[in-house]
Design a protein around this ligand. Structure first.
Ligand code: NAD
Length: 475
């Protein structure tokens, strides 16, 4: 059963009543699974008022008591994981095992931030005069607004919610309209865990209208957005005009550097599996493959084999390794990327086509011999299509890898310590993975540079976005 969909104002779930609604579609079948109530401008205003009212009580609550609520939320997340995961597979499409992994990672997010909120330390600065005492405090920034995308509907939301709440902020969340069930479940369980009304308000509706109303309101002091670069730039411009702090986790175009000395079969198998996670709709998905000349043919053959033998199907079906794309826009985007690549003489080694005409399935695809100015080499693919090209020398590949305005994740396969050292220094990226995929755990920072955004989520940096510094000097 797919849950009934609501947004939450002041601790109360709100249904459609006389409001407009949006359909929620199962991307594996194209069938309608739910109907989402859209917030009115009055609802957005009610969320602002509610968040402002709740702020003094929440920021005064001891970190220990806030921590207890977040820990209970972690327990409820684990208890309900099978149902929440099923909702994610139904509205976003990823295989059930992946959805379950996403939900379980949210329990960790709640737990880790519950503890980190108890470690928001200030400092004492030695004064210039003996009778002066100088103290630096870190205080909650206030009411925050967060906007989260459809690809990881629960974990993208929980990253922001857990950090803001642990820091003593209240938060208004506009989650993903296309895959809303997990945010509904998360909001319910937080309130059952004891979250006071108004500390977390949620909204659905027209993203541009809601974000504009929230960002321009004097009540909101900080925004956090995960999504595409163009939308991130728009929101950052609006936030700048209203002097709001921002954390932006935007798109990427992650280069993969496979050197001749790498364990080629291992790299090919690992990369195929990692690439097809959530059908490639991941901001840190490996997207541009540069393979050194001697290893190129062997890598392409092994990688294409692993891609083509991946079982694609409904995420609820037993044995499915890759589900559908989340919506029709992504299928059209894959078709356009492949057409462009083929028109520039790339070879379709495997895939290169939509699967069936029900739902939004696209075959895992490898494009060999791609040129650097093909669209897929410069625009974020966000799907299961991989362009592969050759390189000769380390300086050359670093120049090509760093040529785009993105700077999120990057991947390197080499057995040489010297090469690993050189590329980890030379890659312009927020995250460098060498011989394994090790990002995204709650205890490590996750974020990009250049057009890929600003600020980090996860790690001790996670709390920084929700805190402001106050200096006190006293004689
Ligand atoms: P899009 O640019 O229309 O939307 C991206 C996200 O921003 C969506 O969640 C959308 O609801 C939200 N959004 C759009 N306009 C907004 C506004 N004015 N205010 C607040 N939120 C707004 O693209 P799309 O078709 O939904 O997704 C495709 C592209 O988005 C991908 O190519 C990828 O670059 C990017 N994306 C990135 C992430 C990520 O994790 N960084 C996640 C999802 C999508």
């Amino acid at each position: 059963m797919y849950p009934s969909l609501t947004f939450t104002l002041d601790g109360t779930p709100i249904g459609a009543e006389s409001r407009t609604t949006q359909p929620v579609i199962n991307p594996a079948t194209g069938a309608l699974v739910g109907s989402l109530p859209c917030a009115t401008t009055e609802d957005v205003d009610a969320a602002l008022q509610s968040s402002q009212r709740a702020l003094p009580g929440w920021r005064r609550m001891s970190p220990l008591d806030r921590s207890a609520i977040l820990r209970r939320a972690a327990t409820l997340t684990r208890d309900r994981a099978p149902d929440i995961a099923r909702g994610i597979t139904l509205d976003e499409g990823k295989p059930l095992a992946e959805a379950l992994g996403e939900v379980m990672s949210c329990a960790e997010q709640f737990e880790w931030h519950a503890e980190e909120g108890r470690r928001i330390y200030g400092r004492v600065v030695p004064p210039r005069l003996p009778e002066v005492r100088q103290i630096v405090l870190r205080e909650p920034v206030g009411v925050c607004a967060a906007f989260t995308p459809w690809n990881f509907p629960m974990s993208q939301a929980v990253r922001k919610v857990a950090a803001a709440l642990a820091a003593g902020c209240t938060l208004i969340l506009k989650g993903p309209e296309e895959s809303p069930s997990a945010v509904v479940a998360m909001t319910d369980l937080l309130h059952e865990a004891g979250l006071p009304p108004g500390v977390l308000n949620t909204l659905w509706g027209d993203p541009a209208a809601i974000s504009t109303q929230l960002i321009t309101s004097p009540i909101v002091r900080k925004i956090s957005f995960t999504g595409s670069v163009p939308v991130g730039k728009q929101l950052a411009a609006l936030a700048g005009a209203h002097m709001k702090r921002t954390t932006l986790e935007l798109g990427g175009h992650s280069p993969v550097l496979v050197f001749d000395d790498a364990d080629i079969d291992r790299a090919a198998a690992m990369l195929a599996q990692f690439k097809l996670r959530n059908a490639g709709q991941v901001c840190v998905s490996p997207t541009r493959f540069y393979v050194q000349r001697k290893a190129y043919d062997r890598f392409v053959a092994a990688f294409a084999d692993a891609m083509s033998t991946t079982r694609v199907g409904d995420g609820l079906a037993e044995g499915t390794q890759m589900g559908p794309l989340a919506n029709a826009r992504r299928v059209q985007a894959m078709e356009a990327f492949v057409d462009d690549a083929v028109s520039r003489r790339a070879e379709v080694v495997t895939g290169g086509r939509r699967i069936g005409d029900t739902g939004f399935f696209y075959a895992p695809t490898v494009l060999a011999g791609i040129v650097d100015d093909a669209r897929i080499m410069t625009e974020e693919p966000f799907g299961p299509v991989v362009p592969v090209t050759r390189f000769d020398a380390i300086d050359e590949v670093l120049t090509r890898a760093n040529a785009l305005p993105f700077g999120l994740a990057s991947y390197v396969f080499t057995e040489s310590l010297k090469t690993a050292h050189a590329v980890s220094n030379g890659l312009e990226a927020g995250m460098v993975n060498i011989n394994h995929f090790g990002m995204g755990n709650v205890e490590t920072p996750f974020g990009g540079i250049k057009d890929s955004g600003m600020g980090s989520e996860g790690g001790t940096e996670s709390m920084d976005g929700y805190l402001v510094t106050k200096f006190i000097t006293q004689m």
